[in-house]
Design a binder for this molecule. Structure first.
Ligand code: TMP
Length: 211
């Protein structure tokens, strides 16, 4: 039986550079001959992708309440953990996740104001004990985040991106507070640095590679 793999999650506001850094870390790990699995949330399974569409783009999602939104993110995650993440970790793969439970803690708990307790209960049920080994938080200020997302997807904002700056200020603060409370798990990186600098920091802190 192979040793259990490693579970690394990436968090941060829109436009923080998660996808770029996940792709770079994947290439590095595969270069060492490791199996790497990428996931994204919401989504990552057939059912989860339907949920993603509802949460982000479908007109039917426009009137979702904060509570329904929380439970839909959790539903997508519950499926992803059991169908994809746990089996991959069990066979020794590295799992690199583009968002995981901390997104819910921060966007729904702090951004939407549903509160830490309700969100923690729902998150615990969804993940069933499957928790990240390390979490990379790519910290970016709201103005820079807005600049970066304005230039992608043809400038069309999804449901979340249409929230006001105050929402994203709460999200940013929420992430930083969460990270400060769990310094052993979180690696906080200034995402305004160049992609090469950010990559080197991740390689050094997550993989112990000195560049
Ligand atoms: P992204 O993956 O392109 O950043 O889009 C995901 C969006 O969904 C983003 O606005 C953050 C939001 N989100 C939540 O509000 N709660 C969650 O639990 C997750 C996974 C994402």
């Amino acid at each position: 039986m192979s040793a259990r793999g490693r579970f690394i999650t990436f968090e941060g506001s829109e436009g923080c550079g998660k996808s770029t850094q996940i792709a770079r870390l994947k290439a590095r790990l595969e270069g060492e001959g490791r199996e790497v699995l990428l996931t994204r949330e919401p989504g990552g399974t057939a059912a989860g992708e339907k949920v993603r569409d509802l949460l982000q783009h479908a007109p039917e999602g426009e009137g979702l309440t904060a509570e329904a939104e929380l439970l839909l993110f959790a539903a997508s995650r519950a499926q992803l953990v059991r169908e994809v993440i746990e089996p991959a970790l069990a066979r020794g793969a590295w799992v690199l996740a583009d968002r995981f439970l901390d997104s819910t803690t921060v966007y729904q708990g702090v951004g939407r104001g549903l509160g830490a307790e309700a969100v923690a209960t729902v998150n615990a049920l969804a993940v069933g004990g499957c928790l990240p080994d390390r979490t990379v938080l790519l910290d970016i200020d709201v103005a820079e985040s807005r600049r970066r997302i304005a230039g992608r997807d043809g400038g069309v904002a999804d449901r979340m991106e249409r929230e006001p700056d105050a929402f994203f200020e709460r999200v940013r603060r929420g992430y930083l507070e969460l990270a400060a409370g769990e310094p052993g798990r979180f690696l906080v990186i200034d995402a305004s640095a160049t992609p090469d600098v950010v990559e080197a920091q991740i390689a050094s802190k997550v993989l112990g590679v000195e560049g």
